[in-house]
Every structure is written in C-alpha cells, then in structure tokens.
Design a protein around this ligand. Structure first.
Ligand code: DC
Length: 212
C-alpha cells in the first residue's frame, strides 16, 4: 500500500505520516528532508540555493541514510529548501529515489508537496493536510524552539506565507491537492485527533475498494 500525504509547511503531515506508517507497518519518507539536505549542502559550502548546476550535483550526491534530521529542520534550511525545490533538475534527480522507496515492500507513507500529483498519482490513498497559516506558524515556532531555534512567531508566519506562495505558484510540481485527495483540515485538531481522522480516511478507502 502507498499512502500519499501532501500539504503546506507545518500542516502536521510529517507527524501524521510517521504515525500512519507505524500503524500500518509501512516505511515512511519525509520527502521535505531531501530538499532540505540539498539546500544544506549548498549553504554549508557557501553557495546559493538557486545555483542550478551545484544544486543538481548536490542532489546526485545525497545519502539519505546519513540525514541529520535535527540539523535539517532549522528555519534557514527550510527557507533555502523552498528555493532548491523549484529547480527542475533537482526534482528529476530525486524523483526516482522517491518512487523506488515507495515501491519497496511492504509499501510506504510518503509526505511532501507533490506525492499524490506527481510522484505517486496512483497511490492507494491520498490525503491533503491543511491548517490556517497562523496555527501552522504557532506549531512551527514551538517545534523550532524545542530544536534550539528561537524565532518570533510573527517571523515564522511571514516565512510560512512566503513558502506557501512560492511552493504553490512554481511551474514544476506545485503544491496542490490531487483531485482524488481527501482533505484533512487540522486547524482545530491535535495530533491524536488528526491521526484518528487520517485512519478513518484510510479505512474508508480500503472498505470502498473491497466493496467495489
Ligand atoms: O515539508 P518541508 O517544510 O520539510 O519542505 C521543505 C521545502 O521542500 C518546502 O518549502 C517545499 C519543498 N518540498 C517540495 O517541493 N516537494 C516535496 N515533496 C517536499 C518538500
């Protein structure tokens, strides 16, 4: 089974993805980490995240088994990842990796921006997770503070709005819900309630398949 979870920054898709994967015994891939790793490689080497040639080379050199998730979650890396992810050469390099990951038994939950639209248009279940920018900014500010990145909520909100705009208006694989995705608005849900709602969606799809 492949479950595709898409949505904007800090919508809760990563946590949901992890929990759904645990529940169904599937592998989990937070695809944002891939773009973050490319961005961090460029920043660390003092290059621009918009340098197409270097970004492509950095994508080809990635080793996902060595990702340092805590370092990749930093605010500056996320902002640079949004720039890197708009480069077509980077997306084509990481596309195959994501497909191979999902097709390896026993299947996977992948979360990102284009999983249900581009990477796995035939995913068994597609969920598009949303929440208001204000709620997402609050969640992300708390998360960043836990990671030692103390940033004012207003600044996080401004960054989230910029990223939403860039991620959803770029020409290649923009952030958008697949026509057959189930919408899950987590604005008023805590993680347990969001998880239960996601399970309900998956179970409803599976039940529908059995009947059909
Ligand atoms: O989900 P995140 O905040 O870790 O993602 C970081 C950036 O990577 C985000 O601004 C857009 C990009 N991204 C993407 O373009 N496609 C994906 N499948 C995942 C992330």
């Amino acid at each position: 089974m492949i479950i595709a979870i898409d949505g904007p920054a800090a919508s809760g898709k990563g946590t949901l993805g992890k929990r759904l994967a645990g529940h169904y015994g599937l592998r989990h891939l937070d695809t944002g980490l891939i773009y973050r790793a490319v961005a961090k490689a460029l920043l660390d080497a003092g290059h621009s995240p918009e340098d197409r040639t270097r970004a492509r080379a950095a994508a080809q050199a990635l080793d996902p088994s060595r990702f340092d998730e805590a370092a990749l979650k930093a605010q500056a890396v996320g902002a640079a990842a949004s720039l890197v992810s708009a480069i077509p050469e980077v997306r084509s390099v990481v596309l195959a990796f994501q497909r191979d990951f999902g097709r390896t038994a026993p299947g996977a939950v992948l979360d990102g921006r284009d999983i249900g639209t581009v990477i796995f248009p035939d995913a068994d279940v597609k969920i598009f997770v949303t929440a208001t920018p204000e709620v997402r900014a609050r969640r992300r500010a708390v998360e960043l503070e836990h990671g030692g990145d103390r940033i004012a909520e207003a600044e996080v909100l401004a960054d989230i709005r910029r990223r939403d705009e860039r991620d959803s208006t770029r020409t290649i694989a923009p952030l958008k819900a697949a026509p057959d995705a189930y919408l899950l608005d987590t604005t008023h849900l805590d993680i347990d309630a969001a998880f239960r709602a996601a399970i309900d969606i998956v179970e409803a799809v599976r039940a529908g398949r059995k009947r059909g």
